[in-house]
Design a protein around this ligand. Structure first.
Ligand code: IPE
Ligand code: IPE
Ligand code: MG
Length: 229
C-alpha cells in the first residue's frame, strides 16, 4: 500500500445554480442535472479498485437559508433519487448511508433514507455516503456531547474520531467543483490531512473523465503527514 492509496473520496458538489443560470434555466434544473452526475460518479467509484467510500455533500446545515421552494425541491429530488437509485445500488453492490441531522426532514423522507440504508446494508463494493443537513461543526459538537453523556472527563482524538457520525476512514482526497475555494463546513475533523482539489467545472458538467484525471494527479502527490521528505 502506498501513501496515495485512495480509500475515501469526498466531494463538495457545487455549481448547480450557476450551471442552470448559464442556460437560462431555473436553479432547480441545475439540481436535477446534478443528481445525474452523482449517479455517474458513484458507479465509477464502485468500479474503482481502491475506493471504499465516496461521501457527497448534498445539503448543508446552512442550506436552510435558501428560498423555501428551493429547499422543498431539494427534499423532493432527494426522495426521488433514493427511490430510483435502489436498482443501481443493488446492481453495483453499493451500500447507501446518510450522515447529518436527518430528523429535521419530513417523516416520509426519513423513512425513505432509513429504507435505502436498510436494503443496501450488506452491499460491499462501495459505500456511498450522502451528507444531508450536515455540518462539520455540528458533527464535532454532537460527538463531544455524546462523550460527556458517557461520563468522560477528558477526551482523546481517538475518542472524538470514534464518536463522530462517520465511522469511515479519514478523507484521502477532497474535490470541490465550481471554482469556489472553501470547505463550507464539510467534514472539518476528517479533512485534517486530506489532499485538496478545486476545479472550475460546475457540478452538472463534472464527468468520470475529469475524475480520472484528478485521480492521476492525486497519485503523483507526496503525502508526508508531517514527516521528512
Ligand atoms: C450545489 O449547487 C447544490 C447544493 C448546495 C444543494 P448550488 O445550488 O450551491 O449552486 P451555485 O453555487 O448556486 O451555483
Ligand atoms: C456547499 O455549497 C454545500 C453543498 C454542496 C451541499 P454551498 O453553495 O451551499 O456553499 P457556499 O454558500 O458557497 O459556501
Ligand atoms: Mg453553491
Amino acid at each position: 500500500m502506498t501513501d496515495t492509496t485512495l480509500k475515501h473520496l469526498a466531494i463538495i458538489m457545487d455549481g448547480n445554480g450557476r450551471w442552470a443560470k448559464e442556460r437560462g434555466l431555473k436553479r432547480t434544473k441545475g439540481h436535477e442535472a446534478g443528481a445525474e452526475t452523482i449517479r455517474d460518479i458513484t458507479t465509477y467509484c464502485a468500479d474503482h479498485s481502491s475506493i471504499e467510500t465516496v461521501t457527497f455533500y448534498a445539503f448543508s446545515t446552512e442550506n436552510w437559508k435558501r428560498p423555501k421552494f428551493e429547499v422543498e425541491f431539494l427534499m423532493k429530488l432527494l426522495d426521488q433519487y433514493l427511490k430510483n437509485e435502489l436498482p443501481t445500488y443493488q446492481k453495483h453492490n453499493i451500500r447507501f448511508q446518510a450522515i447529518g441531522c436527518i430528523d429535521h426532514f419530513s417523516k416520509a423522507l426519513q423513512k425513505r433514507i432509513k429504507e435505502s440504508e436498510e436494503r443496501t446494508k450488506t452491499n460491499s463494493s462501495l459505500t456511498q455516503v450522502l451528507a444531508l443537513n450536515y455540518g462539520g461543526r455540528a458533527e464535532i459538537t454532537q460527538a463531544v456531547n455524546k462523550l460527556i453523556a458517557e461520563g468522560k472527563k477528558s477526551v482523546s482524538q481517538e475518542d472524538i474520531s470514534a464518536a463522530l457520525q462517520t465511522p469511515y476512514s479519514d478523507i484521502d482526497l477532497l474535490i470541490r467543483t465550481s471554482g469556489e475555494v472553501r470547505l463550507s463546513n464539510f467534514l472539518l475533523w476528517q479533512v485534517s490531512y486530506s489532499e485538496l482539489y478545486f476545479t472550475p467545472t460546475l457540478w452538472p458538467d463534472f464527468t468520470t473523465e475529469e475524475l480520472d484525471k484528478i485521480l492521476k494527479d492525486f497519485e503523483k502527490r507526496h503525502r508526508r503527514f508531517g514527516g521528512a521528505v
